[in-house]
Each structure stands twice: as structure tokens, then as C-alpha cells.
Design a protein around this ligand. Structure first.
Ligand code: PLP
Length: 461
């Protein structure tokens, strides 16, 4: 049988189930109003299929759950910490590990150690918490991703690539000594889960090193990026994702990782670096903000489950093939129905093009926020705004930042939902799309100063 006729079926079976609530449209209309039209403020009890995020929502394996029982809760020198060190060294290849409570803990430490006020930090599109910590340390984030990343309907196999001309121009304009590092994200979240190519990463590394600029990965989604490299980049079709993840990291000086994604755990993260001196400084900060250097912000059992999750994600290629396969299944169903979404279909979710779906709403009427709420009311499927609300305000001018992408993200947790759940989701998007002119705009009733999307409240205009 030809390989493309095989389905993406799961390399696991279900051992435990968690019942979820099925609600009525009237109940959901009340719930979204009580939540200020912000899906972050809904109670999970009121949600049927929760696609808010794939962060910390994955299902652990029986082997990971067993790891919780044998986790070593020693305050110092926990053997679970050493299991984690070995896992990170084997899979990511970095010798020095600084465990943190989650990704932003690592971003905080890295940003504070390397960025001085007035520095510039280039990156391939911003991520919310990453840019927050860069700015909090006094830096200015500069987007150097290729233009195609900002064009939802343009097919490009590596929309996460860095535009080397933009990067070179920044180096020429501000000088390499004003660039403490480049922040390179694998499988760019805000672009729709879009990968970068190995060739581009290698060229970025070479350009940066020629100017003495370290390359720091946000390797949170390196696994999904590795899978796309295997599928799309010449020369990698016969390499395992494990080999490719290691090669990705070889073109960098260190990485921050949120383990709530690829790593198949509900909490955790780390900073990993090659330079022992940087690691020493990071550990000094770690004890101030997270915890001792052999646990950071995690319990022993968290570290044990994480070490097992890191091995599990790359032990065979079957896990990531089914993970991305399920996302593509949903995306293809929507494309077939003519729904505008970010293409190619990304690694961790579907990104609906709210600007194209609701052209009757101006961007400052928050089309993606409104579409997220409409989807929830239709079916109890919870997505997330990734547009003007997430982009926040420019700290200098105080105006909204108007991002080119105005998206609703429906992120798929790993190993959690079935194909029937994906069918229900697709049916709901099609239903809302068919009645799209009835979706109205929103306005703020409460706007937080930082990371406003988490707790902002809205009402209908
Ligand atoms: C989730 C995420 C982060 C932040 O990690 P937390 O664990 O949520 O603090 C950083 N970068 C990327 C790409 C992410 O997806």
C-alpha cells in the first residue's frame, strides 16, 4: 500500500477518561458575557472542547504518571534532576541545565542576564512572554522574520525563516555590540506554528557568529519544527526527528524551553546553555527567583515526568507524526469547506484568518476576539485571540500595535481529543462562517497594562 494512503492514527490507546460537560447555547451566551467576551476568563466547566492552548494541556503517558511516584523530592541533588539533565543533554545536546517553573521563568533569567537598556533583540516574530521579558530588561525587540510569515494565505514551507537581509541591516544600523543575542523561535507560534528550515537556521548562526552575536533558541517547539524539516527539507527525509532536534540545537548557544508544549508535561521549563560561565550566572539568579539550582521551580516528581516526556517525544517518529497529523486533519477539513486560515497548516493548531472572515469589522473592533466568542457560543469550543489584543500597545506611543495577522487560534492539546472532537470543531467553524455577517465588534471595558489579552474584558458595540 502507498504510504500516503495510510491515516495518521494514534500510537497509543486510552486507559483513563475524563468526563467533560456538554452545555446549551443559552448557557454559553451567559457564560461568555460573564467572562467579558474573553475566552481566558471562561471557567473550564463551561467549555466542551478546550482548544485555548496546547500549553500544559497534554496527556501524560502511563510511564510518565508512574514517574510521579518515583520522583525524588530531595531539596538538593534530587536524582530526578539528574535524570532531567541527562534527558536534555541527550535530546537537545546542551551541557548546562537550569530548571525553571515554566518557559517564562527561563526567559526572565536569560533576558536579565544578557540585555542592557538600549539593546536590540532581533527575533523571528514576537512571542508574548518572550518580548515582554526582553522589553522588561530594557531591550527593543526587532522582528526579522521573512515577509511571507505575515501573509496568512501565502504557501511557503518555512514561514518561520529569518530574513537575513533584515538581520544584516539591523547589525549595520545599530552595531553588533548593541545586539546581546538573537532570539530564534522554532516552529513560530504567532505565525501559526510555522517552521524554519535547517539551512536558514545554519545561515543565521553563521551570520551571527561572524559578528560575535550569540544565537539563543526558543526551542519550545523544536520537535514540531524537526518534523516539518523531515517532511519538507531535502536531505532530511531519512533522518529521525531525534537526530533533527539535536542538529537544530547544534546551531545555537543555548535555549529557553517551555516544557508545557513538546515535552508532554503539564508544568515545567528550562534554560539550557553551552557556556559554563553564563550557566553559573543563571544559577545565581535562579536561587533568587525560582528555587535551588537542582529544582528551579519544579518538584522532584515534575522533573521525573519531564525527563520521561523528553525521551518519549523523540523515542520514535510516530508520536509527532500523529500529533501533527491530527492538526492537519482538522485543517484540511476546514480548507475543504473554504474557511480562510493560515497556510500551510501549522504544527500545533489551526489559525483562522479573522480579518478575512469578518471583513466588516475594523481591526480596533477586535475581530479575532469577537470570532472566538462566537465559536464558543455556537459549540462550546474554546479558542484564543491572536491579533490586536495579544499584540498590546506600543510602550512609546501608547497606541495599539496593529499586527498584520488577526487570528483565532485553535490549539490542539497532545494526545487528548479524538477525531470526532475534531469533526465537531470543524462543523462549528463552518456554521459560524455561514452566519459571519451577524458577528459584531467589541470594545474594552477593562484593559490591563501588560499582557492585556489574559484578563481584558469587553462588551458588544
Ligand atoms: C508557551 C511559550 C512560551 C512561554 O512559556 P510558558 O511555559 O507559558 O511560560 C515561550 N515561547 C513559546 C514559543 C511558547 O509557545
Amino acid at each position: 500500500m502507498e504510504p500516503h494512503r495510510r491515516s495518521w492514527a494514534e500510537p497509543y490507546k486510552i486507559k483513563v477518561v475524563e468526563p467533560i460537560t456538554m452545555t446549551t447555547p443559552e448557557h454559553r451566551r451567559q457564560a461568555i458575557r460573564a467572562a467579558g467576551f474573553n475566552s481566558f476568563l471562561l471557567r473550564s466547566d463551561d467549555v466542551y472542547i478546550d482548544l485555548l492552548t496546547d500549553s500544559g494541556t497534554s496527556a501524560m503517558s502511563d510511564y510518565q504518571w508512574a514517574g510521579l511516584m518515583v520522583g525524588d523530592e530531595a531539596y538538593a541533588g534530587s536524582k530526578s534532576f539528574y535524570h532531567l539533565v541527562e534527558a536534555v543533554q541527550e535530546v537537545y545536546g546542551y551541557p548546562e541545565l537550569i530548571p525553571t517553573h515554566q518557559g517564562r521563568g527561563a526567559e526572565h533569567i536569560l533576558s536579565q542576564l544578557l540585555i542592557s537598556p538600549g539593546d536590540y533583540v532581533p527575533g523571528n516574530m514576537y512571542f508574548t512572554t518572550t518580548r515582554f521579558h526582553q522589553e522588561f530588561a530594557g531591550g527593543v525587540f526587532v522582528d526579522v522574520i521573512i515577509d511571507e510569515a505575515h501573509m496568512p494565505s501565502v504557501e511557503h514551507p518555512f514561514k518561520g525563516n529569518i530574513d537575513l537581509v533584515k538581520l544584516q541591516k539591523l547589525i549595520d544600523d545599530v552595531g553588533a555590540d548593541k545586539i546581546p543575542y538573537i532570539s530564534v523561535e522554532t516552529n513560530v507560534n504567532m505565525a501559526g506554528g510555522q517552521p524554519m528550515s535547517m539551512a536558514n537556521l545554519k545561515a543565521t548562526y553563521e551570520l551571527c557568529h561572524a559578528h560575535g552575536i550569540p544565537v539563543m533558541l526558543d526551542a519550545t517547539r523544536a520537535l514540531e519544527n524537526a518534523y516539518f524539516i523531515q517532511q519538507r527539507e531535502g536531505g532530511y527525509e531519512n533522518k529521525s526527528v531525534k537526530e533533527i532536534v539535536l542538529e537544530i540545537c547544534s546551531h545555537s548557544d543555548g535555549a529557553t524551553v517551555s516544557s508545557k508544549k513538546d515535552n508532554l508535561v503539564n508544568i515545567g521549563g528550562f534554560l539550557a546553555v553551552r557556556d559554563p560561565e553564563l550557566a553559573r550566572r543563571a544559577r545565581a539568579m535562579l536561587v533568587q527567583f525560582e528555587g535551588l539550582h537542582t529544582y528551579g521551580g519544579m518538584s522532584g516528581r515534575d522533573m521525573e515526568a519531564l525527563a520521561r516526556g523528553i525521551h518519549e517525544m523523540v523515542d520514535t517518529d510516530d508520536h509527532v507524526r500523529a500529533r501533527v497529523g491530527q492538526v492537519e486533519y482538522l485543517g484540511n477539513a476546514l480548507l475543504k469547506a473554504g474557511i480562510p486560515l493560515v497556510r500551510p497548516i501549522g504544527g500545533h493548531g489551526i489559525f483562522l484568518d479573522a480579518a478575512a472572515i469578518l471583513p466588516h469589522l475594523a481591526q480596533d473592533q477586535f475581530p479575532a476576539q469577537a470570532l472566538t466568542a462566537a465559536l464558543y457560543v455556537d459549540s462550546g469550543v474554546r479558542g484564543m485571540e491572536r491579533g490586536i489584543v495579544s499584540a498590546g500597545r506600543d510602550p512609546k506611543t501608547g497606541d495599539h500595535r496593529y499586527p498584520k495577522l488577526e487570528l483565532v487560534r485553535m490549539a490542539i492539546p497532545r494526545r487528548v481529543y479524538t477525531q470526532a472532537h475534531m469533526d465537531v470543531t470543524a462543523e462549528s467553524v463552518v456554521e459560524v462562517y455561514e452566519h459571519r455577517e451577524s458577528v459584531g465588534g467589541l470594545k474594552f471595558t477593562y484593559e490591563p497594562e501588560e499582557l492585556r489579552f489574559f484578563q481584558a474584558r469587553f462588551e458588544e458595540i
